[in-house]
Ligand binder design. Structure first.
Ligand code: F6R
Length: 364
């Protein structure tokens, strides 16, 4: 059931501290603060490239992971959506790993991309929430997420569990490739173990986010901006908003603003800026100032330091705890989800069953 919540989506958003905690403890030695992933059929130290393929929200988890694998493990990563990847006849490297991310494990395009990668001689690793699924069965190895059943059509807790597993894999790869010593491993693991508590802190701001969403619900178009791993977070924020509130929303890399989208900005277009003080903050803030100079109404999602430095001209701010580049995507997912949820609630749409959408997309 929905517990005390009005919708499955709300229940699933509020379950995140618990399911992230569960997923972490499956893959961490908590006595020792060490990684404890199952043995995988891949040697990260000699791997030439990782190709990550998925659809929708799961693809945005993969897109965040690209930043982690490249920065932490110095491992080249390609990310694509399955419906494009499967038909573009991509040449694949010898000794490559293909990673598929899917809540249901049944998404038709993702499964077809998996079969293509197998034919191309890639090792196949899948991150699935349903372990008895087609994608799980056809993989060389799976690393399950422990989100529990996700009923709401809009993916929330499955997404953050996918991010959690991908963060752990990136750390494992970094370790195998000599970029993470024992002390750094312990520190990173400890930071991840703090995520459930930090998530609870964000969830405590639910009322404030609801008030901001009340205004957002009157908009016709909304832009989301971010840089680095917050770029896929902007894409995810826009997807979540459009699928459940039916408000047109676009996510952009903040640096891309001046190459076109800035033409859209006026006082009628709210712009959600996702900018932790730790990740390319000054660069994102300068893009935000361009938006404000054009009359755009900025909703800034940042930490205390970021809000202190750049929040004064924003129409609204959402403060989240300070976090590092590994944990930020996990923490920042929550305000983005709550903003979409409360906007949909204010509009009175069917949050758990948005029109035209199915939970599992088994057709092409
Ligand atoms: C959006 C959403 C979809 C799914 C996508 C992939 O909220 O839920 O974009 O993420 O259809 O589904 P799975 O993960 O089952 O392959």
């Amino acid at each position: 059931g929905k517990g005390n919540h009005r919708h499955f989506m709300a229940k699933e958003i509020f379950e995140q501290p618990e399911v992230i905690g569960h997923t972490l403890t499956e893959y961490i030695d908590t006595m020792d603060n060490r990684l404890a992933l199952p043995s995988l059929p891949v040697d990260f130290s000699t791997l030439s490239r990782v190709t990550i393929v998925a659809c929708g929200t799961a693809s945005y988890a993969g897109h965040v992971a690209k930043y982690w694998f490249e920065q932490l493990a110095r491992l080249p990563v390609e990310i694509d959506i399955a419906s494009e990847f499967r038909y573009r006849e991509a040449p694949m490297p010898a000794n490559g790993l293909a990673v598929f991310v899917s809540q249901s494990g049944e998404t038709a395009d993702t499964l077809a991309a998996l079969r293509y990668c197998r034919e191309q001689g890639q090792k196949i690793l899948s991150i699935v929430n349903v372990t008895e699924s087609s994608i799980a069965r056809e993989s060389d190895a799976i690393v399950p997420t422990y989100a529990g059943p996700e009923i709401g059509v809009a993916s929330t807790k499955a997404f953050t569990c996918q991010l959690t597993v991908l963060a752990l894999l990136a750390l494992e790869a970094a370790k195998a490739r000599g970029h993470l010593n024992k002390a750094e491993e312990r520190l990173s693991v400890r930071r991840l173990m703090e995520v459930p508590r930090l998530m609870s802190d964000v969830l405590a701001h639910d009322d404030l986010i609801q008030a901001i969403a009340h205004n957002l619900s009157k908009a016709r178009d909304v832009l989301y901006l971010g840089r680095g791993p917050m770029y896929p977070m902007a894409l995810e924020g826009a997807l979540k908003l459009k699928e459940i509130s039916y408000i047109h929303a676009e996510g952009y890399a903040a640096g891309e603003l001046k190459h076109g989208p800035v033409a859209l900005v006026d006082e009628n277009v709210p712009v959600v800026v996702i900018a932790p003080s730790t990740v390319l903050f000054d660069k994102t803030v300068s893009n935000m100032q361009v938006v404000m100079a054009r009359g755009g109404r900025v909703i800034l999602i940042s930490d205390k330091k970021g809000i202190g430095a750049a929040g004064k001209d924003a129409v609204a701010v959402i403060e989240v705890p300070e976090c590092d580049r590994l944990t930020a995507p996990l923490i920042y997912s929550l305000p983005v989800q709550l903003l979409a949820y409360h906007t949909a609630l204010a509009k009175g749409t069917d949050v758990d069953q948005p029109r035209n959408l199915a939970k599992s997309v088994t057709v092409e």
